[in-house]
Design a binder for this molecule. Structure first.
Ligand SMILES: C[S@@+](CC[C@H](N)C(=O)[O-])C[C@H]1O[C@@H](n2cnc3c(N)ncnc32)[C@H](O)[C@@H]1O
Length: 294
């Protein structure tokens, strides 16, 4: 009983941190001139291929990089529900939907790990760079299978995690960000956690496929493809990095370490530029699609 109580508390504390980080990021999230989440969301929607009049759920929808293009594809007869644990993200997503005149979207603040939604009520569950934030994503995948109608699909993205690279950033960054800073990131992303059963699915495609099969999915497809991330300058990239998952790192770094890391990253990223050209980095992204096994 003690173990369960401790695990619940740890997950709750972690979710409170994640929620605060994304509430703080919402006003500028994905809006500082760095192209990444939007092209990744578009590609995920291409692979998920939502059809007219379908009902879809986007878990951890953020500002709608996946939700809004998917909502457009299902058309006015379809229904797109976006849920996010961060209220400010949901508010910004609502403004973005309005700005784009997309009206078949519903937005709710909800923990995507335990969605309080009717069984068998969706044709498609989506999640871009969000499933990785769930403390027990394997269990959540089984809940998503239960939310799908017969023949329903799931499609999500994740970073390509490897043991010797800094989590969720392209391999290049491992030379610049000391791995000791990992202690500031969610435990499930630490390289040593990838060895353990609970989170090894993040690294190992075979394990990911097994997790999906166990959760009630079939026809699992795992495709790693690069997204070309572009930023006008190293400084733009670093400013943008405060608006996504890396915010969890910046927030917890002592001021002097944060200042030193900022200078280092700006210098290294600017060195990649061709004159005044943008910083361009190929970021490996894992696209996962599967069907409910019934
Ligand atoms: C990196 S962002 C991705 C957002 C969006 N899918 C995109 O591609 O731009 C991760 C999102 O997951 C949300 N999130 C994290 N944990 C969550 C949870 N337990 N339930 C629902 N949303 C969660 C965050 O608030 C954030 O909006």
């Amino acid at each position: 009983m003690n173990t369960a109580a401790t695990a619940t508390t740890a997950a709750d504390t972690y979710k409170t941190k994640v929620t605060a980080a994304f509430n703080g990021a919402a006003a500028t999230y994905d809006r500082l001139g760095v192209e990444f989440f939007t092209p990744m969301g578009r590609r995920l929607v291409e692979l998920a291929a939502p059809r007219p009049a379908e009902r879809l759920l986007d878990v951890g929808c953020g500002l709608g990089a996946t939700l809004l293009p998917a909502a457009t594809r299902i058309g006015p007869a379809g229904h797109a529900l976006g849920i996010d644990i961060a209220e400010a993200m949901i508010e910004e997503a609502g403004r973005e939907a309005e700005r784009q005149s997309i009206t078949n979207v519903e937005l709710r603040v909800m923990d995507g790990e335990h969605p309080d939604l009717p069984a068998r009520s969706f044709d498609l569950v989506l999640g871009s760079y969000s499933v990785i934030f769930l403390p027990d994503a394997r269990a959540a995948l089984a809940r998503y299978a239960g939310l799908l109608r017969d023949g329903g699909r799931i499609a999500f993205t994740s970073p390509v995690f490897t043991r010797d690279t800094f989590p969720f950033l392209p391999p290049l960054f491992s030379k610049w960000i000391p791995l000791s800073l990992l202690s500031h990131l969610p435990e499930s992303w630490h390289p040593e956690q990838l060895h353990r059963q609970l989170h090894s699915w993040l690294e190992d495609p075979a394990d990911l496929e097994a997790a999906l099969t166990k959760a009630g999915f079939t026809d699992v497809r795992i495709v790693d493809e690069p997204v070309r991330m572009t930023a006008a300058s190293g400084e733009d990239w670093v400013n943008w990095s405060h608006t996504q998952g890396m915010r969890l790192l910046w927030q917890h770094l002592p001021q002097d370490e944060a200042a030193a890391l900022r200078e280092r990253l700006i210098g290294e990223l600017d060195a990649l530029r061709d004159g005044d050209g943008p910083v361009e980095i190929e970021v490996p992204v894992r696209y996962v699609t599967a069907k409910a096994a019934r």
